[in-house]
Design a protein around this ligand. Sequence first.
Ligand code: NAD
Length: 309
Amino acid sequence: MHIDLERLGVHESVGTVFPARVLVEYLEDLPLEVGAIGDDEIADCDAVVTLEYDDAMLECAWIHSIQAGVDRFPFETLEAEDVILTNSTGIHGQSVGETVAGYLLAFARRLHDAAANQEDHRWDPPAWDEAFTISGTTACVVGTGTLGTGVADVLGSLGVHVSGVRRSTEPLPAFDEMYANDDLLEAISDVDFVIATVPLTDETHHLFDAEAFAAMRENAYFVNVARGSVVDEPALVDALEAGDIAGAALDVFETEPLPEESPLWDLDEVIVSPHCAGFTRDYGPNIGEIVTENVARLERDDDLKNRVV
Ligand code: NAD
């Protein structure tokens, strides 16, 4: 099916991550009309670049998600309506890898405590046996795509021994060791850090449940940079409150923004970040590169990069 693109809209929802104008400027040399749009202009576009999904996008021929995770899009409806969906997998490895390293370093070097103490002008060094170095620790990264590989690369460079969990046990260069999905509980049972980097699917929904947290060591930390619903959040809160695990760094939640009344805000060894693990000032240009490549591929009737539907 050949698609003629005349108008591409950058939907205002991208503003959560970068200003729409950054991408509009990046794309200004494309041989089509590009502009920032609100909800009421979606249906006038042949293509939209967006964070959020809106039913009006069913009028477009092509939707590009600025996120890698596309769990919010209705795959079956898009397929039935002949709407192409592409995502932004491939750009978040280094940024998310560095964020995860930041969490691990905060826990090990007690930087989150120092930041909290500074708020109260309190001079309160850690106890002698609280701080540690992350070199020589062990991490298990569950999901070995762009995010998992980026995390493994950055942690590996800091001297962390990194194992992975994926559908097969086929080795990958960034990982020191590999487990298959069926051996998840064994893989996470004896490491210092467990890091979730899988997409949210029917298979991974609540993958990290009470059984998984019980399998982890009591001095192990859990990190979620994937999607909130890969975790059974009440089970995580129970595990943290009971001291079944040492702490958690969470960038994503079952409900976002994290509700004011969530106990996760106030737990001592929990770091909460507002779904920004992949943020970087290069985000807009990184998306622009994928969109430019796909506009060229559409002109040539080639298969699209990162096509999901
Ligand atoms: P990706 O497509 O590069 O990698 C996903 C990997 O997960 C693939 O290797 C795939 O084979 C594997 N996978 C799929 N189902 C699996 C299962 N049931 N068990 C084990 N492995 C499975 O995607 P990515 O760029 O690495 O992103 C992964 C997810 O992380 C996204 O879907 C998104 O939800 C999330 N994400 C979050 C942020 C953030 O800011 N926190 C940023 C980017 C991506």
